[in-house]
Design a protein around this ligand. Structure first.
Ligand code: SAH
Ligand code: SF4
Ligand code: F3S
Length: 473
């Protein structure tokens, strides 16, 4: 049960308080931040635009690369004087560090920034109300980095729709232990939510106006949740089919996938479930078998090619994206050339690429074969230049096509709105704001840097992608 703030008689009305949450890292953190706001709303916390006047500042952090983790400490340095300024007043400021840095650094974080009031890991965010009550009573930092046996999803309030698109976490954690990655340590073991809970959450979102749901998981295609009836388990392919049956849910996406878990059923779903959008983020990390082995990725370059061939034979227009790491320990010029060759062969519509960042506690950080910063920078520049050419080519190839666009917000210029194509490209077009949340058929007129310009057309949806429901306007 959420506890009252100390000194507040339980019969008095709840005092309005301001909450500022800053989110770093992946979409799962975005989802968790929204859930933290939900769990705090009954305590009177309302969103603040700035940290200055917030009663509670939450930094929901990411530990994936050194830069991401260090940013938290520079932000904490800026918050410290704001907190000191309010100390001793009737409206003190509490600072909470949540997420993956909280989990990974725990007590070390408390030593480095003892003025932080609460340190809470990703699996215990539902306990925030009691942690806040404790923090008000204690001069010391309250630390909770448990991996509890009962999942936070059983304790968090159901999310409310907030616009036409939504994230839905279906799976958390990772058992794969890639040698560069902190996620198995920060998020814990793989866990899949029961399918019936996911369907209930999805139906609630759709009845609130959501038309596109992105299913989230650190290893989302490793999903194996208890089936609706309690008999057996469902894979992601099966779950996608069931979700596609929800009337009003027009678009389904999922991220992030691992090549090892791309099973036949999911590949088939890409060919046969129209609501499953023709865009897949399938990180390969490297094109060299030697490096893939050293990374403990559990698949070869050839296996990746085969998966892509099978996906594309069922869905030829499938847009692909990936993550790449350059400068992994021991990466030779030939290994890097293999990665460039893989990119040339596969052709990605967009991608994310990073210099290898040694992370404490991970095996690759211990390697004596670290690559110099200069080499990492040169390889990243070459790789990003190729990826950006491919992104431009992909976007240019859609000029002249008729594509349905789900309008989600104001566009680049006055009188314009922006939305996403099925391939996740941002598309700008002239449209009245009342069309927010509609799927309109457009003709793509130009590709400008990383987005597209289009005009609305009243044509029925073309064959590509098949049968997406389009609002007439
Ligand atoms: N679960 C996803 C990735 C999660 S982390 C998967 O298996 O693909 C997101 C991306 O961050 C990774 O795909 C990887 O490209 C990058 N990353 C992870 N650890 C890193 C490190 N130590 N240095 C640089 N990039 C890293
Ligand atoms: Fe990290 Fe590998 Fe797990 Fe992805 S699969 S979260 S890269 S350990
Ligand atoms: Fe970062 Fe944790 Fe996500 S380390 S990428 S916030 S799972």
């Amino acid at each position: 049960m959420p506890q009252e703030q100390s000194g507040t008689p339980s019969s008095s009305p709840i005092r309005r308080k301001k909450l500022f949450i800053k989110t770093y890292g992946c979409q799962m953190n975005v989802y968790d931040s929204a859930r933290m706001a939900d769990v705090l709303a009954p305590l009177g916390y309302e969103p603040a635009d700035q940290p200055d006047d917030a009663d509670l500042v939450v930094l929901n952090t990411c530990h994936i690369r050194e830069k991401a983790a260090e940013k938290v400490f520079s932000d904490l340095g800026r918050l410290r004087p704001m907190k000191s300024h309010r100390a001793g007043t009737s409206e003190p400021m509490l600072i909470a560090v949540a997420g993956c840095v909280a989990q990974a650094e725990g007590a070390a974080l408390v030593r480095r920034a003892p003025y932080v009031d609460i340190v809470v890991g990703p699996q215990t965010t539902h306990r925030l109300p009691e942690l806040i009550a404790k923090a008000h009573r204690s001069a010391k930092t309250v630390l909770d980095t448990d991996f509890p046996a009962d999942t936070k999803f059983d304790h968090l309030p159901a999310p409310r729709a907030d616009g036409p698109t939504a994230f839905l976490s279906i799976q958390e954690g990772c058992d794969k232990f890639c040698t560069f990655c902190v996620v198995p340590y920060t998020r814990g073991a793989e866990y899949s939510r029961p399918a019936k809970d996911i369907l209930t959450e999805a139906r609630g979102l759709v009845s609130g106006g959501v038309r596109e749901i992105t299913l989230l998981g650190q290893n989302v295609n490793a999903y194996h949740g208890d089936a609706k009836s309690g008999s057996g388990v469902w894979s992601l392919g099966r779950l996608a089919r069931e979700l596609a049956d929800i009337g009003g849910l027009d678009r389904i996406r999922y991220t992030t996938s691992h090549p090892r878990d791309m099973d036949d059923d999911l590949i088939d779903a890409h060919a046969t479930v129209p609501a499953l959008m023709p865009y897949l983020h399938l990180p390969v990390q490297s094109g060299s078998d030697r490096i893939l082995g050293a990374m403990n990725r559990g698949h070869t370059r050839e296996a990746y090619y085969q998966i892509i061939d099978r996906l594309r034979s069922g869905r030829p227009d499938l847009a692909l994206s990936s993550d790449f790491i350059v400068g992994f320990p021991g990466e030779s010029d030939q290994d890097f050339a293999d990665t460039m060759k893989l990119i040339e062969d596969i052709k990605f519509s967009q991608s994310f690429s990073f210099k290898y960042s040694p992370r404490p506690g991970t095996p690759a950080a211990e390697s004596s074969d670290q690559i110099t910063e200069d080499i990492k920078s040169a390889r990243l520049a070459a790789l990003q230049s190729l990826l950006s050419q491919q992104q431009k080519a992909f976007n240019l190839a859609t000029v002249g096509q008729k594509l349905p666009v789900l309008l989600t917000g104001p566009g680049r210029h006055a009188g314009q709105m922006v939305g996403r194509s099925p391939y996740l490209q941002p598309v700008h077009l002239d449209a009245p704001t009342k069309h927010h949340g509609m799927i309109v058929m457009t003709e793509i007129t130009a590709a400008i840097s990383n987005s597209l310009s289009a005009v609305a057309v009243n044509a029925p949806p073309g064959p590509n992608p098949p049968s997406e429901k389009v609002n007439s306007h």
